[in-house]
Design a protein around this ligand. Structure first.
Ligand SMILES: [Ca+2]
Length: 280
């Protein structure tokens, strides 16, 4: 008995501490859901329909990364009237994805081509190309690192110099992993993310991957459904569009006005709302 006690007590102690250690990493399931309605929209910016994969705000302009093979572009959009300028037509072998700015350079991700196009400030004609591993979906920056989503639940933090992975976190709500993380945007130290095929934006703590708030866009999308998917919008080229071709995707933030820009794939508008998270 004595022998067992000697080993049992430390073992129990280790187990309890271990459980506590794990418990501190378990994310809360009970997070607030903020319903975004039409009345929350400060203004609507008209927009050309593109397969929006990335959206950022910098120096008073919006920049969009539009996807699809043969249609991928980098576009500058006037946030007041939606007027656009195509800055770069990508090689038809590239399917553009997320877009981020870091160190005054724009990084444009590609989906399965394992390449990132890097544009020097105001030089959009001849981007540098660097390689990375895996798929590319969304891209933003946080604490001097690029933050990449790849369709899984994992966010990868990349060194912007050589695109090596410095660390990663799993995005979780309670004990559940949230997969299909798509477009991402760092806003006041939190990562706002679209989830492919869903009408919600999740707000993620980049330190531990825990979702701490959800923005529900379903009511807003429903109220504008006829504009988003009009009689023509239901057809893309000669083929019917997949319903997912009209899902919410695209988040940008103007740090001066504290306004968030929200759009979706092939949407003809961008919704502008005030940051609904009061502490921000
Ligand atoms: Ca973004």
């Amino acid at each position: 008995m004595c022998f067992q006690r000697y080993f049992l007590i430390p073992l129990i102690t280790i187990m309890v501490l271990g459980v506590q250690g794990v418990a501190s990493e378990i994310c809360s399931e009970d997070v607030p859901t903020l319903v975004i309605k039409s009345k929350d929209v400060v203004r609507k910016v008209p927009k050309q329909r593109h397969y929006t994969q990335g959206l950022i705000f910098r120096n008073g302009s919006l920049f969009e990364s539009a996807g699809m093979y043969g249609e991928s572009k980098l576009i500058q959009i006037n946030p007041k009237n939606g007027t656009e300028v195509v800055l770069k037509d990508l090689n038809e072998d590239f399917f553009a994805e997320g877009l981020a700015e870091i160190n005054s350079q724009l990084y444009q991700l590609t989906w399965r081509e394992k390449k990132v196009l890097i544009y020097q400030t105001e030089n959009f004609a001849d981007p540098e190309t660097k390689s990375f591993s895996g798929e590319g979906w969304g891209l933003t920056s946080f604490e001097e690192k690029l933050v990449l989503s790849d369709g899984s639940a994992v966010l990868k933090f990349l060194n912007p110099g050589d695109l090596s992975v410095v660390r990663d976190v799993s995005v979780r709500l309670g004990r559940a992993s949230l997969t299909a993380i798509n477009e991402v945007e760092e806003i006041n130290g939190q990562i706002f993310a679209n989830i492919y095929g869903k009408s919600i934006v999740v707000v993620i703590n980049p330190k531990n991957g825990c979702v701490n708030t959800k923005l529900d866009l379903a009511e807003l999308i429903d109220a504008h459904k006829k504009e988003i998917v009009n009689s023509e919008g239901a057809i893309c080229g000669s083929d019917p569009c997949h319903p997912y071709d009209f899902v919410a995707n695209g988040i940008a933030f103007d740090a001066v006005t504290k306004e968030i820009y929200l759009t979706g794939k092939n949407w003809p508008m961008i919704f502008v709302i005030k940051n609904p998270i009061s502490k921000n």
